[in-house]
Design a protein around this ligand. Structure first.
Ligand SMILES: C[S@@+](CC[C@H](N)C(=O)[O-])C[C@H]1O[C@@H](n2cnc3c(N)ncnc32)[C@H](O)[C@@H]1O
Length: 205
């Protein structure tokens, strides 16, 4: 496949991992809740589930889910982000790969959940999104869930414009054999009634 830079690579610097980790450490120190995504995911999972954190970055979601008793694997293409994840939780599996090529990793297709938190979907390389959604869906066990949270306008994205809307995402999921389960406005689980951010849950159909 022709190499295309992710939108993340266009907005992140070489020290993206250090800066991202420092930003979340500061938030945690200030008393902010930095575990909303993991709590939301945990609420959908049986104890001891298998979770793939797709675009895991510094690993903050996978690490928290592992603390809650799940078996977590993180995949990310940004070595600087993964270095932070490996430093914080060397016992977990961190794989450096482009999600467009995730099938080549040979992972067992028995994940109970694939989570793509923190704008991963809009930060993929342009044009690769349907293939990535299909590749992620192919790693799910029967009944497994794909959970993705992302911004839908510039106020909720590190981009000048939103590269996709919810109809695009739903169409990619449908093409990958995923049926919609629920949609939320926040990781607190409030129902989505419109707005610039959505958390979408789809299930293997
Ligand atoms: C804003 S960060 C979010 C990190 C993490 N999910 C979180 O919520 O803290 C977006 C991540 O998506 C990753 N990403 C973007 N495109 C990717 C791709 N094609 N393959 C793997 N990771 C990708 C970036 O490397 C980056 O770590």
């Amino acid at each position: 496949m022709e190499e295309r830079a992710s939108r993340w690579a266009q907005v992140a610097g070489k020290d993206s991992g250090e800066r991202y980790a420092a930003r979340f450490a500061a938030l945690a120190d200030s008393g902010a809740d930095v575990h909303g995504e993991a709590r939301f995911c945990d609420g959908l999972l049986r104890p001891g589930s298998r979770v793939l954190d797709a675009g895991c970055g510094t690993g903050r979601v996978a690490i928290r889910l592992a603390e809650l008793g799940h078996t977590c694997t993180g995949v990310d293409v940004d070595a600087s982000m993964l270095a932070q994840a490996r430093r914080r939780a060397p016992e977990l599996a961190w794989l450096e790969a482009d999600l467009a090529e995730v099938a080549a990793l040979g992972l067992d297709p028995d994940f109970d959940m694939v989570v793509a938190a923190g704008n991963v979907i809009p930060l993929l390389a342009a044009g690769t999104e349907p293939a990535v959604v299909a590749a992620l869906a192919s790693l799910l066990a029967p009944g497994g869930l794909l959970v993705a949270g992302f911004g839908l306008d510039p106020a909720h994205l590190p981009l000048d414009e939103a590269p996709l809307g919810l109809p695009d995402y739903d169409a990619w999921c449908a093409a990958a054999g995923l049926a919609p389960v629920s949609r939320h406005a926040t990781w607190d689980g409030h129902a989505y009634t419109g707005g610039g951010y959505a958390v979408s849950v789809h299930r293997v159909g």
